[in-house]
Design a protein around this ligand. Structure first.
Ligand code: SF4
Ligand code: MG
Length: 251
């Protein structure tokens, strides 16, 4: 039986620029499917980052803008405040969000901006050639840490979801993974929740996807998922850190 996957309307019919086996495409699909399901494509503004997903503005079929490196949450803030009737989301990787964009994500979350930030964490800078990121694991080798990340010298990897969970304002924060089918189904639920709260005007929502970078890790795509399960998940634990709807008695 031939299985034909339908392209969500919220994704354009253009070829991704991602490496074969990269999971950015899966994250895009989950977001696009959710936009279709909520019927918000004509009323949504996405902000593309700098990094491998820099061309997200070519892939999502909604209004899109391109932010300078790390500034997507600041641009999203401006867009949302100018057009409060629109659903606004930012899409960022870990090099973009957790390094040069640290101030933007922390302050947008702290202000409780009514935006959604989708954060793809693969523990490395992808587009620029596999450099160490703030999320690179202890002892993990990258092009700028060829002997492994030395935490005594460089510090420990930043757990962004936990960091944002220390703030009062965020409405919803969850870390999911794209490393298996069951986890991807759970990831879709998180995307749906985040955008639902966004549509309802509840406040700042954040979904972190644990992902892979087969190219810069030098591991084939399927083994990359196993590597991430064994090495990333113990450090970046999956789960919902914040759901004010539940805290208020909702489901
Ligand atoms: Fe994906 Fe890594 Fe290739 Fe970037 S460099 S597209 S994260 S596999
Ligand atoms: Mg990255």
């Amino acid at each position: 039986m031939e299985i034909v996957a339908q392209r969500p309307k919220s994704l354009r019919d253009v070829q991704f620029t991602y490496c074969p086996g990269c999971l950015h495409g899966v994250a895009h699909r989950l977001i696009a499917e959710t936009m279709d399901e909520y019927g918000i494509r004509d009323n949504t503004m996405g902000i593309a980052p700098v990094g491998c997903s820099v061309f997200a503005y070519k892939f999502f079929d909604c209004d899109m803008a391109q932010a300078a490196h790390g500034r997507a949450p600041a641009v999203a803030t401006g867009m949302k405040r100018a057009r409060p009737d629109m659903v606004v989301f930012a899409y960022q990787g870990d090099g973009d969000l957790a390094a040069i964009g640290t101030a933007e994500i922390v302050h947008a979350a702290n202000r409780g901006e009514n935006i959604t930030v989708f954060f793809v964490n693969n523990a490395i800078y992808g587009m620029t050639g596999g450099q160490m990121a703030p999320t690179t694991l202890p002892n993990m080798k990258t092009t700028t840490s060829p002997y492994g990340r030395d935490v005594n010298d460089i510090g420990y990897p930043i757990r962004v979801s936990e960091l944002l969970n220390t703030l009062e304002a965020p409405y919803y924060i969850e870390r999911v993974s794209l490393l298996s089918v069951p986890d991807t189904i759970k990831a879709k639920q998180a995307v749906k929740k985040a955008l639902k709260y966004n549509i309802e005007g509840k406040g700042f929502t954040f979904v972190e996807f644990i992902s892979t970078c087969p190219t810069n890790w030098g591991i084939d795509p399927n083994k990359s998922k196993d590597w991430a399960k064994e090495n990333m998940l113990p450090y970046f634990k999956l789960g919902c850190f914040r759901d004010k709807e539940k805290d208020n008695g909702g489901k």
